[in-house]
Write a protein that binds this ligand. Structure first.
Ligand code: ADP
Length: 255
């Protein structure tokens, strides 16, 4: 979301975002911001994940499959999946008004639709699987950080899925296509395209776009995203393995 005085995506701004072949935060064009994922951080949820990506800090919690309320929303053929994306009031520079707004409703909807494509909902008729994503600190790319964390939390909850969903964005700054926009790049860049895929495949489950790309720029951005998503997927798998290796050690020690 743009603050007053910031330019609209699509126009070139006066702010110089690339200097001597490097981006404003020193990254290369194809470099992700530092990413760290931890699975199973909340003991009261069935599955959970904490994720830091650049300046983003995100918690995802999953409950279910559990009884679906209200009853009239039960589906006799499959589980209902809900997804709530929420930004904490303290997650942005100026306090954000608490509660849902148009942006968070939209992000919740597209993220839910993306996950519905991969979760085996038909295994759990009449139940509900509820995903909560809390953005504790926002620094551009939170919808992708959210869905990446949510997917790890679903796996941590043991929910059967076709695979993990991993995401990454690419955009255009100073007429150059770059991977994973940072905050200034998001504010003053010309395009931003968040994408989520069924990791390890070419299946896109979420794609949005702010600003514009030429056909060549789109192809270039998509290629960068594919490479970025591979790295994100590796970190997701590492986090899940770490949690379960720890869990097994813990169980042995408990005996
Ligand atoms: P995404 O976080 O998925 O990139 P947007 O492009 O809508 O989604 O938002 C870009 C960034 O703008 C966010 O990550 C956050 O840092 C900031 N932002 C979003 N909403 C607000 C808000 N209500 N107040 C202040 N900053 C916001």
């Amino acid at each position: 979301m743009k603050k007053e005085g910031e330019k609209k995506m699509g126009m070139k701004s006066d702010v110089q975002l690339i200097k001597d072949g490097k981006r404003i935060d020193g990254r290369n064009f194809d470099e992700l911001r530092p990413l760290k994922i931890e699975a199973g951080v909340l003991h009261r949820a069935d599955g959970s994940c904490y994720l830091e990506w650049g300046g983003n800090k995100v918690i995802a919690a999953v409950y279910g499959p559990r009884e679906c309320f209200p009853r009239h929303e039960q589906d006799p053929l499959k589980a209902r999946l809900t997804y709530r994306y929420n930004m904490a009031p303290f997650s942005v520079e100026d306090r954000k008004r608490p509660g849902p707004d148009r942006r968070s409703i939209e992000i919740s909807k597209v993220s839910r639709q993306a996950l519905e494509r991969v979760v085996f909902l038909e295994y759990f008729p009449r139940t509900s699987i509820d995903v909560f994503v809390e953005i504790l600190q926002a620094d551009a790319g939170t919808r992708i950080a959210g869905i990446t964390a949510a997917s790890v939390a679903l796996a941590d909850a043991g929910i059967p899925m076709r695979g993990l969903v991993a995401g990454c964005a690419a955009g255009k700054v100073d007429d150059t296509v770059v991977l994973d926009l940072g905050k200034e790049e998001d504010n003053y860049g010309q395009a931003d395209m968040p994408v989520a895929m069924l990791a390890g495949t070419d299946e896109v489950v979420l794609m949005q776009m702010d600003g514009d790309f030429s056909k060549e720029e789109f192809d270039q951005a998509f290629e960068l995203i594919r490479k970025g998503i591979k790295q994100v997927y590796e970190e997701q798998k590492r986090a899940l393995k770490e949690k379960y290796e720890k869990g097994i050690e813990g169980d042995i020690n408990d005996q």
